[in-house]
Design a protein around this ligand. Structure first.
Ligand SMILES: *[C@@H]1O[C@H](CO)[C@@H](O)[C@H](O)[C@H]1NC(C)=O
Ligand SMILES: *[C@@H]1O[C@H](CO)[C@@H](O)[C@H](O)[C@H]1NC(C)=O
Length: 284
């Protein structure tokens, strides 16, 4: 009878990793994610970058969220360039949305890339992660990892460390060990592109970033240039986010560096073929 009691589990499907058994044994650094650029800026006017809310983005299949933060009278706010231009509310509100979604979706590994141009203290970010419950999910690297030292998705899930948090500038890992340096782990192609051919896969940041040692983030957002200000191009989003346009720039990257990018960052991510590309770039 004891034997019988375990029988029901034998045929049960193993929990899939981000929806796919095939991803469980893949290292984090060997997976390509589509990423939502300025994920908090939701709306239809020129200061916005996305049509769908963060929860909706996650429901659609986005597992890499990039978000901009600014200092507003000592508080961390989701503001676009300045809080006068666009203020989408406090970081805690944004993080709460992610926390609620992660609570409901236990087999999903999520990445956050926060920008901190104003140099707000990381301990303030830590408070926000803690108060929303998100700190319970964060990944703490034990040391600076090489490209092939990243854990697999299964390991991140097993360890309960399924939220990876990067920051572009002004992080301090001696104070908050889980807010890790983007440019220790990623290089990026140029952003602010106005040529719909996306003709380059050159390294823009960090200076001397080595694509054989770092993960690649391919900025694939098209802008209009209005008097020197880059405005996200909504009208052509369907074409920008088409499998053809994304694949063409990915092919440039593979040709130039021998590896697929790890992140394809997009505006208006629900438009076009982002999620089909996320599957095909991972061989799924
Ligand atoms: C994953 O590894 C395969 C085989 O080495 C490689 O072709 C592919 O570019 C890698 N993908 C990423 C995103 O690292
Ligand atoms: C972290 O959050 C918990 C729950 O909200 C709270 O009890 C605790 O005091 C917080 N810790 C810090 C260091 O703020």
């Amino acid at each position: 009878m004891r034997f019988l009691s375990i029988v029901p589990f034998v045929g049960a499907a193993l929990a899939a990793c981000n929806g796919h058994d095939d991803l469980c044994d893949r290292k984090y650094s060997n997976i390509t994610f589509v990423g939502s650029h300025n994920s908090a800026f939701v709306g239809v006017i020129p200061v916005h970058n996305q049509y769908k809310t963060v929860t909706e983005q996650l429901d659609l299949g986005v597992r890499f969220l990039q978000a901009q933060t600014q200092d507003k009278d000592g508080e961390i706010e989701m503001c676009h360039t300045s809080c006068v231009e666009l203020d989408e509310g406090p970081l805690t509100q944004y993080l709460q949305e992610v926390a609620d979604w992660m609570d409901d979706n236990p087999d999903e590994v999520v990445t956050l890339l926060l920008t901190n141009i104003d140099g707000i203290s990381v301990t303030k970010f830590d408070d926000a992660f803690n108060s929303t419950g998100l700190k319970d999910y964060v990944f703490h690297p034990e040391k600076k990892m090489a490209l092939d030292e990243w854990p697999t998705l299964q390991k991140l899930l097993d360890d309960g460390t399924r939220l990876i948090v990067f920051m572009d500038y002004n992080m301090d890992e001696s104070q908050v060990d889980y807010i890790i340096s983007e440019f220790d782990y990623f290089w990026e192609t140029p952003f602010g592109e106005t040529d719909s051919d996306f003709p380059t896969c050159d390294v823009d940041r960090p200076e001397n970033g080595d694509p054989t040692e770092l993960m690649g983030l391919m900025n694939h957002m098209l802008n209009y240039d209005v008097l020197g200000i880059a405005i996200p191009n909504q009208v052509d989003a369907d074409e920008t986010n088409s499998d053809e346009s994304i694949q063409k720039q990915v092919d440039l990257c593979v040709g130039q560096w021998g590896r697929k990018p790890n992140v394809i960052l997009l505006d208006w991510i629900n438009i076009g073929d982002a999620f089909g590309m996320q599957l095909s770039l991972n061989g799924l």
